[in-house]
Design a protein around this ligand. Sequence first.
Ligand SMILES: [Zn+2]
Length: 241
Amino acid sequence: MKELGRKQEVKKCVYCTRLADTKDHIPSKNLFPAGMGPKNPIIVPSCVECNHRFSRDEEYFRYYVCAMTEEYSLYARQVFFSQIKRSIWRKPQIGFKLLKRMKLVDFRTETGIYLGKATQIKPTKDDWSRFSNVLDKYIKGLVFHELKDTLPSEYRIRNNVFLTKERTSDIMSRAKSFNFKWNTNNKDIFMYGFSFVAGTCKSAWITIFYNSILCESLVFTKKDLIKLGINIDGHQNYWPS
Ligand SMILES: [Zn+2]
């Protein structure tokens, strides 16, 4: 967290649109193993409050994501066993809890991309609210990064989370027919693809952590959700059946 340079123009926090007085990284730097920084880091303006508000959720998110993927990703394992080992030693039951929340499903995204078999992660309501806070935050940051504008308040984000053994290159090639653009600068840790409805913030996002956890986020307007009969308040506990 650094202060913005004085010469920079006044910027709005990408999360709450108040005055931004710090910067924030997308994704959080804590997902990178010690000594390995992101290539071409994505940095967005943020206020101090938002920067602090999310830090506990981000710690939890990292814990969750690394516990799920350390079996598949060297980097996740590195983070898991070096940086968060101590908290695991204190609470080993969390690993077992996570395993119980997984189930194998056919995975087709709402935009229609078939992604094969994937393990669906069904966290508890509390887990989900933390997880979703972080995903919402990342999507808001990425919208800003791609459009150079903050997401207007009439927009809502819905997230789905999957643990996938599919090769990421297959997912990317299937998403190509849906005109997804990809940013793979830090592909072994975090990559994302997106597609906007032209001239709007309506968009579909795929974020992939450690080549194993795949999150699909859809950005709708409140109006669209009402039309679809979907609750517009709070987090969307949406799981495809
Ligand atoms: Zn803020």
